[in-house]
Design a protein around this ligand. Structure first.
Ligand code: API
Length: 273
């Protein structure tokens, strides 16, 4: 019997459990089981809340792969910590595999939080492009659906940004995400520039597929947009189920502000994991 909660951030949804309730389990198998909509609860990912020796977000995609960071996930993590009395301070750090992120709560009802997401890296090796290039910017990649101009960075996790007029098919998105040049695969963000302060983004996530929102992807799109002269230092990202405000500060640090919503609480009773 595993107590769980389900939260969403702009439609990107997660099962959240406390580590003490799942100790000894294989988290990768647990993620696959609970995230499966057909035979489990259904979610894009699993978050395990580790409280000792320090507060840490342990994140798995629905396919059981581990990701270093999740932007929508960490807002949900912060809401869960607040709702469960794990952290009620307004400002505190959270450990992730991508380093320490800072939670900065703005409002509790509705829950709104700003996260310091760290700085981007444009070094190819940092996002698994090992072809000897320094950076991977404005590169042409072929798919059976056509050629795409892509630019990659590490922003919490591995990201690729593609500027588009129309969002492409799932087949094209999947081929880019799994392109052999990306040795760790990549999350792919298709970005429509509405104006210099507004982006609309559809992300094909590694380990998931198309999701309704991707927080780290929104941050990657902003930093790429700044670098490529397509947007200013602060944008609103429009998504089907909400919006995010993303900003890059003069020192390079990226912040993401947005909501997190508690959807359900319950008990997972499948015991074979
Ligand atoms: N949805 C997440 C990203 C999950 C990352 C994951 N799909 C990977 O890197 O494998 C976000 O809001 O930032």
């Amino acid at each position: 019997m595993i107590p769980f909660a389900k939260y969403h951030g702009c439609g990107n949804n997660f099962i959240i459990v406390k580590e003490q309730d799942v100790l000894g389990k294989d988290y990768s198998l647990l993620a696959q089981a609970v995230c499966c909509a057909a035979t489990g609860i259904g979610a894009d990912g699993l978050i395990v809340v580790r409280e000792e020796p320090e507060l840490e977000m342990v994140f798995y995609n629905m396919d059981g792969s581990r990701a270093p960071m999740c932007g929508n996930g960490i807002r949900c993590f912060a809401a869960y910590c607040f709702d469960n009395g794990i952290r009620t301070e307004a400002v505190y750090p959270v450990k992730t595999l991508a380093g320490e992120m800072i939670v900065n709560r703005i409002e509790t009802s509705p829950f709104l939080v700003k996260i310091s997401m760290g700085k981007p890296s444009f070094r190819s090796a940092d996002f698994g492009v090992l072809d000897g290039s320094e950076t991977f910017l404005a590169q042409e990649l072929e798919t059976t659906e056509g050629t795409f101009t892509v630019s990659s960075c590490f922003m919490g996790t591995v990201h690729t940004v593609v500027w588009v007029e129309e969002f492409p098919s799932e087949s094209a998105a999947s081929q880019l995400s799994n392109h052999p040049v990306f040795t760790e695969k990549t999350n792919v963000n298709f970005v429509k520039r509405m104006d210099s302060k507004t982006l609309a983004i559809k992300t094909f996530e590694r380990g998931v597929g198309f999701t309704f929102a991707c927080g780290t992807g929104a941050c990657a799109s902003l930093v790429m947009g700044i670098r490529q002269g397509r947007c200013g230092s602060k944008v609103t990202v429009r998504l089907p189920y909400g919006r995010l405000i993303i900003e890059q500060l003069p020192d390079g640090e990226v912040t993401m502000a947005g909501p997190a919503v508690r959807v359900a609480e319950g008990t997972y009773i499948q015991e074979e994991i």
